[in-house]
Ligand binder design. Structure first.
Ligand code: SF4
Ligand code: SF4
Length: 429
C-alpha cells in the first residue's frame, strides 16, 4: 500500500457514525462562519468552520454515500489526493483553536469541533501536521513535557517557591487529599502559580502533593490529533495518582489539560479512574464554600475575566471564577460575550505551538481586543497559562496597557497575613 493510500485510508477510518450524520445533516446555512474568529476577523470564506472539513466531506461522500460510490465507479468524481491533504493542513491546524464556538451555533447540532479533531486524527495518520506541534508532541512523549521541562527544572522551581513562601512543597506524599498537576508554561513562565497554591493550601489546611513521575498536565496528543499519544500521556498521570493513592487530581490553570484529564482521559485509557479530577478553580471554589478559603482586602482596579474555551464553554466551569473574583475584586466587570460565548484568545488547540500560525493568530486577536476595549479594564484575569501567554502577546502587539494575571495568584495575593490573623485573634480574645 502506498503512503497516499495509507493517508486516505486513515481519513476513511475516522468517519464514524456521528461524522457521517453531521455531513449528512449540514444544511449549508453558513451560521458557523459568524461564530468563528478566524472568519469574522479575516472575512475570508475559507475559514468557515465546515469548509475546513472539505477533504473529509469528499472522502465521506465518495466512500459512504450511494451517489458518491456510484460517481466514483463511473469515474465522475476525483479522489482526495495527498497533495490536497498537505494543502489543507493549515486550515485544520492553523485556523482552528478547537474553541467549540461553531458547535454551539449549528442549527442542526453538528459538533464541528469534534469533526475537526477527527480530521486531525486522519491528518496525523497521513503524516500531515505542523512541525511545531510535532516537536511538542515528541518532547511530551520522550521528555514528559511539550516544552522539554525536566523534573530537575521543576525541582529548581520548588526550591524558589519554598524560599519565597517559607513553606515546604510536598513531593511524592502518599495518601494526600490532592495531587497537583502543572503545565510546563506554569513552570517556565508563571512560577508564581506553585507558590500561590502552596500558600492557599497551607491557609486552608489542605493535604496535597506533587508527583515526581507525573507533573505535566498538558496533552499534545489531544492537540495534534493522536488518541494513542493522548492516552499514553493520561496514563502517566493515572499511574502517578494511583501509586500515591491520592483522592483527587487537580488540573492546573490550563484549558485543554482539563479536557484531557477530566473529560476524556478515562475513555482514552479504557477504564475508570480510582480518584476524582477537578480543575483548580473548582477546588478553590469548594474551599470558599466550606469557609476554608479566607481572603482580606479587595482589588479596586477595574478588572475582567477571560474565559478559557476548554474550561468554560467546553468544560462547564462558568460560575466558579466569578464567585472567586467577587471575593477579591470590587470592580469586576464582564466583557460582552462573556462566559460560554466568550471568544478564544486565538492560540488554543495547539495553535500556539505552531509558529506558522503566529501571524494569523495575532490578526484574529482583534476580536479579543474589541471585547477588552468595550470594557476598558486595567487588569485581565484568566485561568489558563496558554491563554495568558497569548493574551500577553496580543496585548503587546496592540500596545494595550493591560496587566494580565492568573486566578490562583490573584486569590493568593489576598490571603490574610499570619500577622493580621494573630492580630484579629488577639483583638477578639
Ligand atoms: S472550533 Fe472555534 S476556531 Fe475551530 S472552527 Fe470552530 S469556531 Fe473556529
Ligand atoms: S452551521 Fe451547521 S448546518 Fe450550517 S453550514 Fe455550518 S455545519 Fe452546516
Amino acid at each position: 500500500m502506498t503512503s497516499l493510500e495509507n493517508g486516505i485510508n486513515a481519513f476513511v477510518e475516522q468517519i464514524d457514525t456521528p461524522i457521517a450524520s453531521f455531513f449528512n445533516s449540514c444544511v449549508h446555512c453558513g451560521m458557523c462562519a459568524d461564530a468563528c474568529l478566524f472568519y469574522t476577523e479575516t472575512g475570508d470564506p475559507k475559514y468557515t468552520p465546515i469548509h475546513k472539513l472539505e477533504p473529509m466531506r469528499r472522502v465521506w461522500k465518495r466512500n459512504f454515500t450511494f451517489w458518491g460510490k456510484l460517481a466514483a465507479m463511473l469515474g465522475l468524481s476525483k479522489p482526495v489526493t495527498d497533495a490536497e491533504l498537505e494543502e489543507w493542513e493549515p486550515l485544520i491546524y492553523d485556523s482552528c483553536t478547537l474553541c467549540g464556538r461553531c458547535s454551539m451555533v449549528c442549527p442542526v447540532g453538528n459538533d464541528i469541533t469534534y469533526m475537526i479533531r477527527k480530521a486531525r486524527e486522519g491528518m496525523v495518520a497521513a503524516g500531515h501536521a505542523p512541525d511545531g506541534l510535532k516537536g511538542a508532541t515528541v518532547r511530551a512523549v520522550e521528555i514528559g513535557s511539550p516544552m522539554g521541562v525536566t523534573w530537575k527544572t521543576v525541582q529548581a522551581q520548588i526550591k524558589h517557591a519554598e524560599q519565597d513562601t517559607g513553606l515546604t512543597i510536598p513531593v511524592d506524599v502518599e495518601n494526600a487529599e490532592y495531587m497537583v498537576l502543572m503545565s510546563s508554561m506554569e513552570v517556565v513562565n508563571f512560577p508564581e502559580y506553585m507558590g500561590a497554591i502552596a500558600r492557599i493550601f497551607d491557609q486552608a489546611g489542605v493535604s496535597w502533593t506533587l508527583c515526581s513521575d507525573a507533573i505535566e498536565a498538558t496533552n499534545s496528543g489531544i492537540q495534534i490529533g493522536s488518541s494513542d499519544i493522548a492516552a499514553q500521556l493520561v496514563q502517566r498521570i493515572v499511574d502517578g495518582a494511583e501509586k500515591l493513592k491520592v483522592k483527587t487530581v487537580i488540573s492546573p490553570e490550563c484549558g485543554h489539560a482539563y479536557t484531557a484529564i477530566r473529560w476524556e482521559g478515562a475513555n482514552l485509557i479504557g477504564r475508570p479512574y480510582s480518584f476524582k479530577v477537578l480543575h483548580i478553580l473548582e477546588v478553590l471554589d469548594e474551599l470558599r464554600e466550606q469557609g476554608r478559603l479566607q481572603t482580606e482586602g479587595m482589588e479596586t482596579a477595574k478588572l475582567t475575566f477571560h474565559d478559557p474555551c476548554q474550561l468554560v464553554r467546553r468544560g462547564g466551569v462558568v460560575e466558579e471564577p466569578r464567585r472567586l473574583l467577587n471575593m477579591v475584586a470590587s470592580n469586576f466587570v464582564e466583557m460582552p460575550d462573556a462566559g460560554v460565548w466568550n471568544w478564544c484568545c486565538g492560540g488554543g488547540g495547539g495553535v500556539s505551538a505552531n509558529e506558522r500560525a503566529d501571524e494569523l493568530r495575532l490578526k484574529v486577536f482583534s476580536r479579543k481586543k474589541a471585547q477588552l476595549d468595550a470594557v476598558g479594564v486595567e487588569t485581565l484575569v484568566t485561568a489558563c497559562s496558554n491563554c495568558r501567554i497569548m493574551l500577553e502577546d496580543g496585548a503587546e502587539a496592540n500596545n494595550m496597557d493591560l496587566q494580565i494575571v492568573g486566578m490562583a495568584e490573584t486569590i493568593a495575593a489576598h490571603l490574610p497575613t499570619k500577622t493580621s490573623t494573630t492580630a484579629t485573634e488577639e483583638s477578639s480574645s
